[in-house]
Write a protein that binds this ligand. Sequence first.
Ligand code: ADP
Length: 185
Amino acid sequence: MGASHRGVTVWFTGLSGAGKTTIRMAVEKELRSQGCKVEVLDGDIVRQNLTRGLGFSKADRDENIRRIGFVSHLLTRNGVIVLVSAISPYRDIRDEVRHKIGNFIEVYVNAPLEVCEQRDVKGLYEKARAGQIKHFTGIDDPYEPPLNAEVECQTHLHTLEECVAQVLAKLQEADYLTELQTSNV
Ligand code: ADP
């Protein structure tokens, strides 16, 4: 039997290479080790199935986020801790999803563009600078930072462990990890 806890969506937003996937994976590992029910929606993977065929115009990016938000909502209301990592560059659609889901923690994974570009984890910045990828967030497409994120992880200033601790502390503080009472104990 896993731990019983409230459902919540933890939404990691930020530039490519900021550290969303890295932090999400470490948070996932910790929560699973505590017996939590966890599900993951990773932007790169979702674009290969749930939102396959969508591009990178604002309309398509919004549709991508809306669908991820829809699935996150279903899971959240069924008591799952949903970890979403997606660039999700537009503030209005992030806020729309936040209001639909309700139990929502926005994590702004924030590193300066220069740092992300230097990391260039997937070699995408180089391609974007060379004009081989168009509409690349931070280069020739906008990123609108959250104004009121519950958590901000500055990955150029803090270690991965510190960033993970920030997210877990917020989950704890907002009472999402508290064991639910069962009536037949
Ligand atoms: P994203 O999912 O946002 O595109 P990734 O997680 O794939 O980014 O890549 C982030 C890179 O930054 C990784 O190579 C990771 O090791 C590095 N990194 C350095 N410091 C941190 C930190 N504090 N938190 C997360 N990642 C970090």
